[in-house]
Design a protein around this ligand. Structure first.
Ligand code: FAD
Length: 318
């Protein structure tokens, strides 16, 4: 079986791309480890247009239902793509369990992976006070003391997102000075009553059982002091980890141009990459903002351009 299009990814980008591709009657297979994408772990998604409120899990179920309603679409759930090989005409997509699919085009919608702190308590308390998306989850922390870990732009923006809701925000940064843009820094840190910056702090643990109760961190001994580093614990009910995102672009690193952050460089009008036949959408790309609706919109653009490209090549469109 040869495909017009293989879509890799089950987040909003992959799913939106698959719905549009099926409706354009492109012979399409969507392959994803799971459907729902990163917000799957979110307690409440409140800005997916047309849906005032849904848990990430429910959103994933809605994505699957929408895919299953598409005639002719092949759905490869629970499959992991291991490699994409260029062949004489198009590409061969190979999965971990040994299947391979030949296709004229690939839409890469593999998203990004939030960088983790990798400290005890983080994984156990994810979704129970440990959060990775301040735009999405800040309203859940109304009236609470909250920590943000990461003093770059994402961390500063997270503080800005939390300020209208949280009782107090503690911003932890591992270095001696914050790293974000000065303008963002000044804007966000202006509220001295509500924000405390803790520099040179290395987070060592997230404490809690059913929910986060605190954050443990290490401060270095003063250079003049002979003593050892000092470990402290602060009571908070939320920990926002904002230490960066890594694009999941490994599959195409030798096939298309990436920027210095490893993001796939795309034409923002069409989502085409540097290699004909490969398009990319959503968080894996060099797009400026990372949101569900944006990922879906990117993929819709990509599929309309894929359809136009393929029908032109077939001589259907002029
Ligand atoms: C906790 C959290 C909450 C969030 N809440 C919101 C929110 O409320 N509103 C909002 O707009 N944004 C939110 N975001 C941001 C939003 O989730 C992302 O911008 C969005 O998910 C990006 O969509 P995507 O389709 O590009 O990629 P992703 O959602 O990252 O999806 C990538 C998909 O690709 C699959 N995949 C990756 N590699 C492979 C492979 N090799 N083989 C097969 N499958 C693969 C993954 O399993 C996944 O299904 C949140 C993010 C997080 C982390």
């Amino acid at each position: 079986m040869r495909y017009d299009l293989v879509i890799i990814g089950g987040g909003p980008a992959g799913v939106a791309g698959a719905v549009y591709a099926a409706r354009k009657k492109l012979k399409t297979r969507i392959i994803a480890e799971a459907f729902g994408g990163q917000s799957l772990v979110s307690a409440s998604v409140e800005n997916w247009i047309g849906t005032p409120k849904a848990s990430g899990f429910d959103l994933g179920e809605m994505f699957k239902a929408h895919l299953k309603a598409q005639e002719g679409l092949e759905i490869g759930e629970g499959e992991h793509v291991e490699r994409i090989e260029p062949i004489a005409e198009g590409f061969r997509v190979l999965t971990e369990r040994g299947d391979s699919y030949e296709t004229n085009g690939v839409l890469l919608a593999t998203g990004s992976v939030r960088r983790k702190l990798g400290v005890p308590g983080e994984r156990e308390l994810e979704g129970r006070g440990v959060a990775y998306c301040s735009i999405c989850d800040a309203p859940l922390f109304g009236g609470k003391d909250v920590a943000v870990v990461g003093g770059g732009n994402s961390g500063l923006e997270a503080v800005g997102d939390l300020l209208p809701y949280a009782k107090h925000v503690f911003l932890f940064h591992h270095a001696a000075a914050l790293a974000g843009d000065p303008a963002t820094r000044d804007r966000v840190l202006a509220d001295k009553e509500k924000v405390t910056v803790i520099l040179n702090a290395e987070t060592t643990m997230v404490a809690g059982d059913a929910w986060v109760t605190g954050i443990r961190y290490r401060l270095p001994a003063a250079p003049s002091a002979a003593g050892a580093d000092e470990t402290r614990e602060l009571s908070v009910e939320g920990v926002f980890v904002e230490v960066g995102l890594d694009p999941a672009s490994a599959l195409v690193k030798d096939l298309v141009a990436l920027n210095d952050r490893g993001e796939v460089i795309t034409d923002p009008h069409t989502q085409a990459t540097s290699r004909p036949g490969i398009w990319a959408a959503g968080d894996v790309t060099d797009g400026r903002y990372r949101q569900n609706n944006i990922s879906a919109g990117d993929a819709v653009k990509a599929v309309l351009h894929i359809y136009e490209t393929f029908t032109k090549a077939a001589g259907v469109l002029q």
